[in-house]
Design a protein around this ligand. Sequence first.
Ligand SMILES: Cc1cc2nc3c(=O)[nH]c(=O)nc-3n(C[C@H](O)[C@H](O)[C@H](O)COP(=O)(O)OP(=O)(O)OC[C@H]3O[C@@H](n4cnc5c(N)ncnc54)[C@H](O)[C@@H]3O)c2cc1C
Length: 241
Amino acid sequence: MKAKWHIGRVTDIEHISKTKLSFSIKLKEEQQFEFEAGQFVTMDLPLGEKRRQRWRSYSIANIPNVENKLSFSIGYLENGLASAYFFEQMSIGDEIKFKGPEGTFVLPANLNRPIIMIATGTGVVPFISMLRKIKQDKIPFESIHLIYGSRLVEDILYHSELEEWKEEFGNFQFDIVLSRATNWNGTKGYVHDTYLNSDIHDEEQVLYLLCGWTSMIDEAMLNLFPKVNDPTKQIKYELYG
Ligand SMILES: Cc1cc2nc3c(=O)[nH]c(=O)nc-3n(C[C@H](O)[C@H](O)[C@H](O)COP(=O)(O)OP(=O)(O)OC[C@H]3O[C@@H](n4cnc5c(N)ncnc54)[C@H](O)[C@@H]3O)c2cc1C
């Protein structure tokens, strides 16, 4: 089926740190844009002449809403073309063309088992969408543990929302693991030690959801494969590149 293209107008941009920003677009069309929590869209950004070179995918951070807004968080990559656009050029009112929604990395139907979400950097975005969906629809879940790695304190995305979640849901916990922070009393290092040392009651049932770049996913897969009963059913991931 031919992909349908949509146009959204940038409504707000929040520079969170030197390497992290969040922004929203509002769709031009009236019809509510439907998608599942965890999905992404592919944007056609102003990055050059060749169409394929301009395409980049981004996870949606929010859930479908009557305002028809989509929100995103972007991590800056050195020498990245899209990174340069988002951090140096994008302005309120810009039009962004995109297709989607795409992807099968969505909120699992069965939340009746322990879920461990492992993310690095903007890999936390699809999990935020999933958590927002659970909260909005009051979906019961057994337990969710988010392990979220980043570099610096100022790079942490959605921190206060995660704190609120923890307050509200006794069966939700999160760990932030920072690899380069000196001003941080929490866990330092990489996500891997945290999930490897987690106390998981039901290793046969646990579902691991991973999202981020190849280096993190590859290492996590190597670590988790021998730990679970059925890797194809118990480990799902979204690879950013
Ligand atoms: C399904 C999906 C969802 C995604 N969601 C998000 C999201 O929510 N937020 C987000 O910020 N990004 C997300 N991405 C990544 C995004 O699509 C772009 O790849 C990213 O923004 C970099 O684009 P760029 O044009 O800035 O970099 P490019 O111009 O494509 O590359 C810049 C430089 O980085 C190098 N590079 C490529 N891969 C890596 C890597 N893994 N680590 C270090 N350097 C590398 C390249 O060699 C190049 O030199 C997602 C990707 C996928 C596939």
